[in-house]
Design a protein around this ligand. Structure first.
Ligand code: SAH
Length: 363
């Protein structure tokens, strides 16, 4: 719910502050006869310093602090469980106000700390290789819940890092360097709220991520891909997984609605900023997606200049039916793509011992 939609007469739930983008906070301030420039200070406290105690906002008038408390909910999703993997990955279970739960994963590597967040409770895509999908779709997350995943985990992490002595820069230093929409859900099926959350994550007065530090991953919902011009220009990853319709139909049922030819026609129309490429996520399943035929079909579909291929060796989960290829075969497939001119990387799976790897999340 946005502030503008909020009617105190018939609704006792306050709108959440993290659901408002910059210009909407300006509007709110003007409506209440405050200077709209106060938004800069507010964003500084709330998003840059991440201090949620209103009485510490020293350069905000008492009148406004009181008004904000009356008008908005400043609470975040609650972290109700954390699990630490031996490779440094940390999985979070977050609970929303209505008790629905989603997962997010913090993934450290040499030069970055990536936060993988969810955009829906459950997922409607029913991909046959994905554990997350077995739960079905419950509901979309709101902008404040998506941004809230980041804020809650960042707050948790700052404290954790301080306690364990891993954060040199003090409590206000943000160490999360990248965000990926690769948790539960299909982000393009929640276009407006994910867009809104992205605007907040990018806002230079607020959380201030760079455009290239955020990646949206999608199975390829064509009508929404055609609207990507309305979306902030972040990185886009397409969960391709197979370049052959009859195989992709089996893996990603929505491929029957949006087959490869149509999907690639839509991808062609995505406005990409100079030098930027689309990433194709490609699940390696033994005997199904790592064959010689796949290499031939990939060549017809994807141009090496405009793309990157990210190979994901299939992560097995309890009850999984597909098989993961051996490491040698993974490397071989990657090398073959390299010889064909593709930029190709293998995703080193993280957190599989705590079921936090790709496709293993399930609230
Ligand atoms: N719905 C979006 C966002 C989720 S991203 C999308 O599909 O792109 C999650 C990524 O993990 C996707 O690329 C998905 O295909 C991949 N994935 C799902 N299950 C997996 C599994 N068992 N092993 C490896 N990768 C998997």
């Amino acid at each position: 719910m946005l502030y503008s939609e909020y009617n105190p007469q018939n609704n006792s739930v306050l709108p959440n502050f993290y659901g408002l983008i910059y210009s909407e906070v300006e509007d709110y301030l003007l409506q209440h006869s405050f200077s709209k420039y106060v938004v800069i200070q507010l964003f500084n406290w709330v998003y840059k310093k991440q201090l949620r105690e209103h009485d510490k906002w020293s350069n905000i008038s008492k009148k406004l602090r009181v008004q904000l408390k009356i008008d908005f909910d400043f609470s975040l999703p609650q972290i109700i469980e954390t699990r630490h993997s031996c490779d440094g990955t940390i999985k979070f279970l977050l609970q929303m106000k209505d008790n629905e739960k989603v997962e997010a994963v913090l993934i450290p590597s040499e030069d970055r700390l990536t936060l993988c967040i969810s955009t829906q409770v459950g997922c409607a895509m029913r991909c046959t290789f994905c554990f997350t999908g077995t739960k079905g779709f419950i509901r979309n997350l709101k902008c404040h819940e998506i941004v809230g995943e980041y804020l809650a985990i960042n707050e948790w992490y700052n404290q954790y890092a301080q306690e364990t002595g891993r954060l040199p820069g003090g409590p206000t230093q943000t160490l999360i360097t990248n965000i990926v929409y690769m948790g539960q859900g299909e982000p393009l099926n929640n276009f407006q709220e994910v867009k809104r959350a992205t605007l907040l994550l990018l806002d230079p007065q607020g959380i201030a991520f760079g455009q290239r530090k955020i990646t949206l991953s999608t199975v390829g919902i064509i009508p929404m891909l055609l609207k990507m011009g309305e979306f902030p220009p972040i990185n886009i990853a397409i969960s391709l997984h197979s370049p052959r319709d009859h195989v992709r139909d089996q893996l990603i049922p929505i491929n029957r609605t949006f087959p490869l030819a149509q999907l690639f026609a839509a991808i062609e129309k995505i406005p990409l900023k100079a030098h930027r490429r689309i990433t194709y996520e490609y699940l390696l399943i033994e005997g199904l997606t790592n064959t010689a035929e796949d290499l031939v079909a990939l060549k017809k579909l994807i141009s090496p200049e405009r793309s990157k291929i990210n190979l994901i060796p299939y992560n097995e989960f309890p009850g999984a039916t597909y098989k993961r290829p051996t490491d040698e075969k993974v490397l071989q497939f990657c090398n073959q793509l390299g010889e064909m001119g593709y930029t190709c990387t293998v995703r080193r799976s993280k957190g599989s011992d705590i079921l936090a790897a790709c496709g293993q999340l399930r609230g």
